[in-house]
Design a protein around this ligand. Structure first.
Ligand code: COA
Length: 165
């Protein structure tokens, strides 16, 4: 399968919003399980476009099937640090799309001066943890009982990679 990966543009916002809502429903992202407000997502993406933030989408047959972003932290003293987020629609996983998105996102983030990238994920999210370890992220911490759902507590793992400049 051929996925076309490119920087997110304002035309991609509705498609991105759609897959974000879909993946949020799986309750594997560290976001609340309700749909985010569209205007909030729209403003976030527009801000990323304005700042040339590392934010990529993958398309198959013209439809968005995944994204990856590395967003600089807002404080001046921490703007060298990027927080990574990634998600692929379930039916397009294990096809190498995560690999392409992470590669492009890390490359662009580095060009934009990001020196440290971190990501937080559920301890049981093995595919995500393996993906990040493949890209030389190291586990730097565990937040115990940091999510509580109807199924009980979940631990959250923080992984970090220092980029070489
Ligand atoms: C994690 C995720 C982004 C991986 O995307 P993907 O397109 O399936 O990944 P790829 O097919 O490109 O695989 C890349 C690497 O990820 C790891 N990986 C992916 N699926 C895996 C699985 N089921 N088990 C173990 N490792 C897995 C492997 O290291 C793989 O490398 P390999 O191809 O050399 O084996 C995808 O599973 C996903 O969207 N999950 C839901 C959202 C999420 O968990 N986001 C992360 C939290 S921010």
């Amino acid at each position: 399968m051929k996925a076309d990966v490119h920087k997110m543009t304002s035309e991609d916002i509705p498609g991105f919003y759609k897959i974000l809502c879909q993946i949020i429903k799986e309750k594997i992202l560290l976001m609340r399980s309700k749909d985010p407000v569209f205007s909030g997502v729209e403003n976030f993406v527009k801000d990323c476009i304005r700042k040339n933030t590392s934010q990529f989408v993958a398309k198959v047959d013209g439809e968005i099937v995944g994204w990856c972003d590395i967003v600089p932290q807002p404080r001046e003293e921490q703007c060298h640090i990027g927080k990574l987020g990634v998600g692929i629609l379930p039916e397009f996983r294990k096809m190498g799309i995560g690999n392409i998105l992470i590669n492009k996102s890390l490359e662009h983030a580095q060009k934009m001066g990001i020196e440290v990238v971190f990501v937080e994920t559920l301890e049981q999210n093995i595919s995500a943890i393996e993906l990040f370890k493949k890209y030389e992220f190291k586990v730097v911490g565990i937040k115990e009982k940091f999510r509580k759902t109807e199924h009980g507590f979940d631990n959250i793992i923080m992984l970090l990679r220092v980029l070489q400049h």
